[in-house]
Design a protein. Structure first.
Length: 309
């Protein structure tokens, strides 16, 4: 993936960095990235007061009425110590799932809520008869794929025009740049973490290898100091990479089965509930093969960028 997207990366990311920060990759540092992701210039249409109504309406169009799902507890209260980002807490799956929602404003809030809403619906629709292992454990690529699928709705050109009355091009261009950044960063992180946890790990040289891999992948001078802190347990980096690949497959399946406005089709919601009912009984590749007959192919993501770059 890193090789396949190396020629596309700067062309996609540089203009967006310039638009948000006023400078491109040669001047960018890791500390600039939070501001770049936030992109406050894209906030029109993503006002804080619209966050909950837009999300609940989106779920209703899929036949997922939050008011009729008492097992999803929506916490939208404002509290001084509340997390500034949405998150999902599956306490008793599927009977008690908390969807915790801040109301700060901005495009990132909408993306985060839809992402965590995908998790919440997945957990809340699992078959209660499944063994505990399939409701709480298993391949987390599966639940992350549904979270990414819902998050992608907030990036869909048609949805942006119809629901938010927003100009889709600035949003989609920014999201495409952020997406290729994260995919390349996580691909490099996986290479690094395999070396870190490998039998021949050279701890004296790993900080430099970490810095070089992440720097080459992102085009940013990457600091060595986080070579141990920037590591998620259980190779979760691989779960994210597989989830991005699986989400692209779900999206293609949705478009083929339910059309370009699949996000507003109750039949699409019913199909998703059937998938969700299985919890994480199957690995990502197994669930995809059973549902669509497809193979999980990470190179398809590179093809998406080649088609849009």
């Amino acid at each position: 993936f890193l090789d396949a997207t190396s020629d596309l990366y700067a062309d996609l990311v540089d203009p967006e960095l310039e638009a948000v920060l006023g400078f491109g990759l040669p001047e960018a540092r890791r500390a600039d990235l939070a501001r770049f992701f936030r992109a406050p210039g894209l906030d029109r249409g993503f006002e804080a007061e619209r966050l909950i109504p837009v999300f609940t309406a989106a779920m209703e169009r899929l036949g997922l009425d939050l008011a009729a799902q008492p097992n999803i507890v929506l916490d939208a209260d404002q509290r001084p110590t509340k997390s500034p980002r949405a998150y999902c807490a599956p306490v008793r799956v599927p009977a008690e799932v908390y969807l915790v929602v801040p109301r700060v404003g901005g495009r990132e809030d909408f993306a985060a809520l839809f992402h965590e809403g995908g998790h919440a619906e997945h957990y809340a629709n699992m078959d209660p008869a499944l063994p505990v292992a399939y409701r709480y454990l298993g391949d987390n690529s599966v639940t992350e794929s549904f979270a990414f699928l819902f998050e992608h709705v907030t990036e869909d050109r048609r949805w942006l025009r119809e629901v938010l009355a927003a100009d889709p091009e600035p949003v989609t261009s920014h999201v495409r740049a952020v997406r290729i950044y994260f995919l390349r960063r996580y691909a490099a992180k996986l290479i690094y973490e395999l070396a870190l946890h490998g039998p021949d790990a050279d701890f004296a040289r790993l900080p430099e290898r970490y810095s070089r891999l992440l720097g080459d992948a992102t085009g940013i001078d990457w600091p060595r100091e986080t070579w141990l802190e920037d590591v998620d347990g259980g190779f979760y980096v691989a779960a994210y990479l597989r989830a991005w690949s699986l989400e692209a497959c779900w999206r293609r399946a949705m478009l083929g089965r339910f059309g370009e406005r699949w996000y507003a089709e109750p039949e699409a919601g019913r199909w998703l509930r059937e998938l969700w009912s299985q919890g994480q009984r199957l690995r990502a590749d197994e669930l995809l093969a059973e549902a669509t007959g497809e193979e999980l192919r990470f190179d398809a993501l590179a093809e998406e960028f080649a088609a849009t770059g």
